[in-house]
Design a protein around this ligand. Structure first.
Ligand SMILES: [Zn+2]
Length: 74
């Protein structure tokens, strides 16, 4: 232990790069991405329960093609 030099030359350009330390086994990803990943993992074993229906989309949000205008609607 402790045999690594404090700085080593870059194999490409030869510039000196200093040694940096970071916490092991910790992902350095944005918080929003981390939360979504945790939510996806959680939903595999304990999915969120839906208690109400999603709100209906308002008409007109989807463009209706003129050829299908006279077809029956649900
Ligand atoms: Zn370099």
């Amino acid at each position: 232990m402790g045999t690594a030099p404090a700085a080593v030359p870059c194999p490409d350009c030869g510039a000196v790069s200093t040694r940096t330390f970071s916490a092991p086994m910790l992902a350095r990803i944005p918080t929003a991405v981390s939360k979504q990943l945790q939510r996806a993992e959680r939903s595999a074993s304990e999915p969120e329960v839906v208690t109400s229906l999603p709100q209906r989309r308002t008409r007109g949000a989807v463009a209706i093609h003129p050829a299908t205008r006279r077809l029956p609607r649900p």
